[in-house]
Design a protein around this ligand. Structure first.
Ligand code: BGC
Length: 446
């Protein structure tokens, strides 16, 4: 059943997608693969820390069912697919690299390429080896060298097949969730560690950005190498006009977006990780701007410096998803337009999606957000790729398996996959490159 609010019904009009735009979906290894016991999320689940009590050990069993899942991508007319590599499979103990899991990933990617689906591969998507977490993770200075060596192994093995890489997914969400709200393992809040971690992640990104380019050119690929980070970008709107509302908003912008973007993209380390200098050299350390966009927050002033004087609210009249996040398509326009103006890089929307267990809102969500993408391109903002989060329902970190983000529903008893109506809509849209009157009748106006 598609549940469309009364005001929306009849408001859908046909539109065309830019011919150059490539559509697909995104996932992360830990959230779908299952079977790995060497990573810190396995331990977190074993300790019973996940909200709904579920576990990541099976997840979608994608490790064994990847052929079926690639066939589903093809059925949904994917041109591109974003995936990640599970670090603890490759390096279960420090310095001890295994080839078998790399062979597995290679096979997976080869099958994708045979189906004309271009991979974008993330090297660090939240989960990491237990030994790495136990040595302090990204707060340990050695993390930079360790991650660089891991990257070298992976890219040397897969770099002839894969030209497009994301070094680190959402360093801002990772550090916020690990050291500020501390809902991620090891659940030890520390703002000092937040900034230490950021310094090392930025350094690791810059090193691996250069390294991936170097390795690929040594392999004889003089073009086609694209490296970036995927940053979670939220819209922060002040609750009121006065200075008291503007201050926390400005602090949030700085701490959650600006210091990450400036250090990773330009090499500029702003306070408190630096004083505006370039410890690794001035440069442009990305070949595309990766945006993960979901929602906006309304920022209210509160007398609490530890929370950067801010309380995050949801606009009262807002339509929300199952996580309570506002559905705000215009925000996608605002962030892409703003960051293209600032960084002048082609934009990949590396994640955009909705938690919607009944699939009541996802079709309209896709319609609205892709309409925004079409408008962005028309207005000169070069959005080149759009990866819907997510291909399949999956393990939503501290929230567990109950949260449903998939174009494809996964039954966790049987592991059967069923394409949702919204998934069918997305698949048709990817095939036709436009929303037609017939598609509106079939998927939206009923
Ligand atoms: C993360 C994903 C996550 C999604 C939905 C992003 O912050 O990269 O791993 O599942 O949001 O919460």
């Amino acid at each position: 059943m598609i549940l469309i609010t009364k005001e929306k019904e009849g408001n859908f009009t046909p539109f065309a997608l830019p011919p150059s735009l490539q559509l697909g979906s995104a996932t992360a290894s830990l959230q779908i693969e299952g079977g790995d016991k060497g990573n810190n999320w396995y331990r977190f689940c074993e300790e019973g820390r996940v909200k709904d009590g579920s576990h990541c050990i099976v997840a979608d069993d994608h490790w064994n069912r990847y052929e079926e899942d690639i066939a589903l991508m093809k059925q949904l007319n994917h041109k591109v697919y974003r995936m990640s590599i599970e670090w603890s499979r490759i390096e279960p103990e420090r310095g001890n690299y295994l080839e078998a899991p790399l062979v597995h990933y290679r096979k997976m990617i080869q099958i994708m390429l045979e189906q004309d689906i271009q991979p974008l591969v993330t090297l660090h998507h939240f989960s990491e080896p237990i030994w790495f977490e136990d040595m302090g993770g990204w707060t340990n200075l050695e993390s930079v060298e360790i991650f660089t060596s891991f990257t070298e192994k992976v890219v040397s093995f897969l770099g002839d097949l894969v030209g497009e890489w994301i070094t680190i997914n959402e360093p801002n969400v990772y550090l916020e969730s690990t050291y500020s709200s501390a809902i991620f393992p090891p659940e030890k809040p520390s703002m000092r560690n937040y900034f230490k971690g950021l310094k090392n992640m930025a350094a690791a990104h810059i090193m691996t950005y250069k390294q991936i380019h170097h390795l690929r050119s040594e392999m004889g690929f003089s073009s086609g190498t694209k490296v970036g980070v995927a940053i979670h970008i939220r819209v922060f709107d002040a609750e009121k006009k006065g200075v008291l509302s503007k201050l926390p908003r400005a602090l949030l912008e700085h701490n959650f977006h600006t210091i990450f973007l400036e250090s990773m993209i330009k090499g500029k380390f702003l306070f408190p990780i630096g004083l505006g200098g370039y410890p690794y050299g001035k440069g442009t350390y990305c070949d595309f701007f990766g945006v993960n966009y979901y929602s906006r927050d309304i920022v209210k002033f509160t007398w609490d410096p530890r929370r950067l004087f801010s309380e995050l609210l949801v606009r009262k009249e807002a339509e929300i998803n199952d996580m309570g996040w506002e559905i705000y398509p215009e925000g996608l326009y605002r962030v892409c337009e703003k960051y293209f103006r600032l960084y002048k890089q082609p934009i990949y929307i590396t994640e955009n999606g909705i938690c919607d267990a009944t699939d009541a809102q996802r079709t309209a969500f896709i319609y609205d957000h892709l309409k925004v993408v079409a408008r962005l391109v028309e207005n000169g903002v070069p959005v080149e790729k759009y990866y819907h989060w997510s291909l399949l329902d999956n393990f939503e970190w501290d929230e567990g398996l109950q949260r449903r983000f998939g174009l494809i529903e996964v039954n966790y008893e049987t592991l059967t996959r069923t394409i949702r109506r919204s998934g069918q809509f997305y698949g048709e849209l990817a095939k036709e490159n436009e929303v037609t009157e017939a598609m509106i009748e079939k998927f939206l106006n009923q």
